[in-house]
Design a binder for this molecule. Structure first.
Ligand code: GRF
Length: 205
């Protein structure tokens, strides 16, 4: 009943998942120098690197990645700043077992540079979304969202930091729910058995 966490970078969401006491069996990165690998190693968690550049196609990379993941027989695969688009083969293999954390209130601002785009759009609320990974990039069923205010004077860095603090709250929660088999997906909508709140409003924090 473990989690494999996929990362490409610094690994602060990975750290939040570890701090929440969730059973992480391995951390796998597509980037050899990813900061999160050191976080995992410090905590005694197994690490693997599958450099996407070593493979001729996206599919070949994913085959190698899936082999590494499946060696740990995880129940949940948590994409935590994992910066690769996955194909339908991957999605089908881990259907309803893989989650992603995205730094916007989806369906607004899919893709990259979400904080810059939120500022440019003049939205007054921004936030993050934990959702299932599907074929639809950043479009899978939503598990939990946290909203934060956009404050006068914010730049992308300040806003990103405010959102990231909430990512660290909601993502471990989503992963735990999935591990505990409490998530129900019906008609593209997710509910939680037990009725825990699927939103969080973080004023100023
Ligand atoms: C987070 O903002 C996450 O939402 C996005 O990439 C960033 C990863 O940060 N997908 P970290 O590596 O977890 O610190």
């Amino acid at each position: 009943m473990s989690v494999v966490v996929l990362i490409s970078g610094r690994g602060s969401n990975l750290e939040a998942i570890l701090d929440a006491g969730l059973p992480v069996s391995a951390v796998i990165s597509n980037v050899a120098g990813a900061g999160g690998l050191a976080v995992a190693a410090r905590r005694g968690v197994a690490t693997r690197v599958v450099p996407h550049g070593d493979y001729p196609t996206r599919e070949a990379f994913e085959m190698a990645l899936m082999r590494e993941i499946d060696a740990f027989a995880p129940l949940v695969i948590a994409h935590a700043g994992f910066m690769r688009i996955v194909t339908s083969g991957y999605v089908q293999h881990y259907r309803w077992r893989s989650l992603n954390i995205h730094p916007s209130l989806l369906p607004s601002f899919t893709g990259l540079h979400t904080h810059e785009r939120a500022l440019a759009a003049g939205v007054k609320l921004h936030g993050c979304t934990a959702h299932f990974v599907t074929e639809d990039l950043d479009g899978g069923p939503i598990v939990i969202q946290a909203a934060v205010p956009v404050l006068p004077g914010d730049d992308a860095g300040a806003l990103a930091a405010r959102v990231l603090r909430q990512e660290h709250v909601v993502y471990p929660r989503a992963v735990r729910w999935l591990l505990e088999d409490r998530l129900v997906v019906e008609n593209g909508r997710v509910s939680v058995r037990g009725g825990d709140a699927q939103y969080l409003l973080a004023d100023r924090a």
